[in-house]
Design a binder for this molecule. Structure first.
Ligand code: BV8
Length: 232
C-alpha cells in the first residue's frame, strides 16, 4: 500500500496540489523549497517552510483513515498476513495512530540529518542555521530528514521486495504525480497484482487501477477496511 498527502489532509496537514490550500500552502509553492538546490541557495526559506509544517504537525492528530489502517494491520497480522504500509508523507500520524510498520520513502519531518557527519537525530523543534549537530558539533549543518526532488527515495529495495510478494496493491490519497511512487501501480500490474485506488478524486494514473473508490479518506478508508475484513 502507498499513502499520499490526502491521507493526512483531514488532519489539517495540507496537500501539495490542492492549490486552494490555506496557511502554509498559500505561502509556499512546495515544489520550490523541496529541492537540494534550494537549501544552499536559501536555507532560511527552506527551514521556514519545514518549521511551519513541523509546528503544524506537532498540533495535528491522526484521523479515521490512519486508525482504520491500524485496524487492518492488526487484523491481517492475526491471520498471519501482512500490511506493508509505504507512505510518501513525512508526518508521523500513522505511528501516532498505532501503525507498527511504516516505511517513509520520502523521509520524516520530525528528524534532522547532518550534512557534515550524516547522522540522523529526532527533531521536534524549529530547525535553523544556529542549531548544532548533537553528533559532530557542527553549526548550521542540519537539514530536515526529507527526500527532496532529485534525491533518491528511501527503502526502495524493501518496497520493491514487498511489492513482488503482494497480492493487492492499494494507493490512498495520492495524486499519482510524483515518481517513483507513482510508478508502483504499473509495477504491480506487470506482476499481475490486483490494484485499487482510494482517493478524493481520480488521480493522474487512475486508469491503471482495477478498482477505484472516491471520497474523503476518513470515510473511504474505514469503509474499504471493513469490506476487506468482512470478505476474508
Ligand atoms: C528520484 C518530501 C531519482 C519533501 C517529496 C520518473 C522516474 C523517477 C523520477 C522522476 C520521474 N519523472 C520525474 C521524476 C523526478 C521527480 C518527480 O517525480 N517529479 C514530478 C514532479 C514529476 N521525482 C523525484 O525527484 C524523486 N527522486 O526520482 O530520484 C534518483 C535516482 C538515482 C539517484 C538519485 C536520484 C523524489 C521525489 C520525492 C520528493 N519529495 N516529499 C516534502 O514533503 O517537502 S514529494 C512530495 O510531493 C510528497 O512527499 C508527495 O510524495 C508528493 C505529493 O504527492 P501526493 O502525496 O500525491 O500529494 P498531492 O497533493 O499531489 O495529492 C494529494 C491527493 O490527495 C490528491 O489526489 C487529492 O485529490 C487527494 N486528497 C485531498 N484531500 C483528500 C484526498 N484524498 C482523500 N481524502 C482527502 N480528504
Amino acid at each position: 500500500m502507498v499513502a499520499g498527502a490526502g491521507v493526512s489532509a483531514e488532519s489539517g496537514l495540507g496537500t501539495f496540489r490542492d492549490k486552494n490550500g490555506s496557511g502554509i500552502w498559500a505561502r509556499f509553492d512546495p515544489m520550490k523549497p523541496a529541492t537540494p538546490e534550494a537549501f544552499p541557495r536559501d536555507p532560511v526559506e527552506v527551514h521556514a517552510f519545514y518549521n511551519a509544517r513541523r509546528r503544524n504537525l506537532i498540533t495535528a492528530a491522526p484521523n479515521a483513515a490512519h486508525f482504520a489502517l491500524v485496524r487492518l494491520e492488526t487484523a491481517l497480522a492475526k491471520r498471519r498476513d501482512e500490511l506493508t504500509l509505504v507512505t510518501q508523507n513525512i508526518d508521523d500520524l500513522h505511528e501516532r495512530a498505532g501503525s507498527r510498520q511504516v516505511m517513509h520513502m520520502h523521509g520524516e519531518l520530525l528528524k534532522a540529518s547532518c550534512v557534515a557527519c550524516e547522522t540522523i537525530q529526532p527533531w521536534r523543534e524549529d530547525l535553523g542555521l544556529r542549531d548544532r549537530c548533537p553528533a559532530c558539533g557542527g553549526i548550521g549543518v542540519l537539514r530536515p530528514r526529507v527526500v527532496w526532488f532529485g534525491e533518491m527515495p528511501l527503502a526502495m529495495d524493501e518496497i520493491y521486495a514487498a511489492l513482488r510478494k503482494a497480492d493487492l496493491f492499494v494507493a490512498i490519497g495520492t495524486s499519482g504525480s510524483v515518481y517513483p511512487a507513482a510508478g508502483f501501480v504499473s509495477e504491480a500490474r506487470v506482476l499481475g497484482i490486483r490494484t485499487r485506488e482510494i482517493n478524493l478524486e481520480p488521480s493522474d494514473n487512475a486508469n491503471q487501477f482495477d478498482h477505484r473508490c472516491y471520497g474523503p479518506a476518513s470515510e473511504a478508508v474505514p469503509a474499504w477496511v471493513d469490506e476487506v475484513l468482512a470478505s476474508t
